[in-house]
Design a protein. Structure first.
Lengths: 185, 210
């Protein structure tokens, strides 16, 4: 955790709650995007993100400033996502989401439609645990150790699920979106 | 090399998450296996493609929604500050404690066994070979050397002197002789009971208790 964040945490804990906004603002997009990729539903994503911020504020007193604040937020979000029952959207919702999400303007929706559909289809082929591990390690760039810490599991478990997830992604991309592989070769 | 075994490491290797030792083994295998090289290329390309797609898609809150969420969050009451030590207490502390207790218990047990005097044997086995006239048809019996006698296990008491005297009286050489009878006496140190077993050359035996 950097010094600036540690100072902001101290301020919030001293009762100056306005310091909470600059503390969490750098992560607002990350929390919403990760929640969306986990739930594949923008309304659920907003609910998960909001609950994550609520819990972070409420339990900031128990946060160990030696730890990464970012990882702590991610850990809370994973817990919230699990406590919501890891609802899976039906096909109709998926198609609707692929067409666009309400946080973007119409032009962005159109441009992002194809991209979003590809990513959602890939993530939908993974089990909940594989999706969590894949998103944290391969999309968010957390290390295996950090991923295990966030998910409160062992590094061995992370490696097992990561291995399965990557194999599934490889087959999905190869079958459904070979152009993605071609672009990288 | 086995593709089905080493091929399982490819997904982790593709993301640089495989250990150095396994990576070296896999790299050696990849030099000679075209199928695994192709699978690795596909894995890397697929992962890079998905990362690229994900990097282009980032959501953010509309400002009004964000302000509303923050206002709701800040209206909540935070929990009082907790000691960090309590928060960082290892989740498996009970397991570590149990392991320490088990190790200490094992150490005490080993010390107790090592320091206690050896238990007295319940039975003493006494071998008393009965010499007889030499016969080429029977197995030879070699008198043990003093060195060998020192190495006789605890509880076995070969009556060498008696044997030697008998042998000398029979006029045979002590170095090489034969026997066609063998007796064994078991003595209980608790009850004093003695059991004599006598075997002849055909392993016919007699038992006598005292």
């Amino acid at each position: 955790m950097d010094e600036k964040e540690a100072r902001l945490v101290e301020l919030v804990l001293e009762g100056r709650t306005e310091a909470f906004e600059p503390l969490v603002t750098p992560y607002r997009g990350l929390l919403l995007t990760l929640a969306y990729r986990l739930s594949r539903n923008i309304e659920d994503a907003k609910e998960i993100s909001q609950e994550t911020l609520m819990r972070a504020f409420r339990y900031l007193g128990s946060f160990d400033t030696k730890r990464s604040f970012r990882n702590w937020l991610l850990q809370i979000e994973m817990n919230v996502w699990r406590s919501l029952g890891q609802r899976a959207p039906d096909e109709g919702v998926l198609r609707e989401l692929a067409a666009g999400n309400p946080t973007e303007d119409p032009q962005e929706r159109l441009a992002g439609k194809e991209t979003r559909e590809k990513l959602l289809v890939c993530l939908d082929g993974l089990s909940p645990r594989e999706r969590e591990v894949f998103l944290l390690r391969d999309i968010e760039g957390r290390s295996v150790r950090e991923t295990a810490e966030v998910l409160r599991t062992s590094t061995l478990s992370v490696r097992v699920h990561l291995s399965r997830a990557r194999n599934k992604i490889r087959l999905l991309v190869k079958d459904r979106f070979p152009e993605l592989m071609g672009a990288q070769r | 090399m086995n593709c089905s075994r080493l091929g399982k490491w490819l997904p982790l290797y593709a993301g640089a998450d495989l250990s150095a030792r396994r990576s070296r083994r896999l790299e050696k295998h990849l030099e000679t296996c075209a199928d695994c090289r192709l699978a690795l290329d596909e894995l890397r390309a697929a992962l890079a493609g998905v990362r690229d797609v994900a990097g282009r898609e980032a959501l953010d809150w509309p400002e009004a929604d964000w302000k509303r969420v923050l206002a709701r969050v800040l209206s909540a009451k935070p929990e009082p500050r907790r000691a960090v030590r309590a928060a960082t207490f290892p989740r498996k502390a009970w397991a570590y404690g149990l392991a320490v207790i088990l190790v200490l218990g094992a150490a005490v047990l080993v010390m107790k066994i090592a320091l206690s005097p050896p238990a007295a044997p319940l039975l003493t086995e006494v071998l008393m070979p009965t010499p007889a006239r030499p016969s080429r048809a029977l197995m030879t019996y070699e008198t043990p050397s003093p060195r060998q006698l020192q190495d006789v296990p605890y509880g076995v008491q070969p009556e060498r002197m008696t044997l030697d005297r008998t042998l000398l009286a029979a006029g045979t050489t002590p170095e090489k002789t034969t026997q066609n009878m063998m007796s064994m006496t078991l003595v209980s140190q608790e009850t004093g009971l003695q059991v004599h077993w006598t075997f002849n050359r055909n392993f016919e035996w007699e038992e006598k208790k005292e």
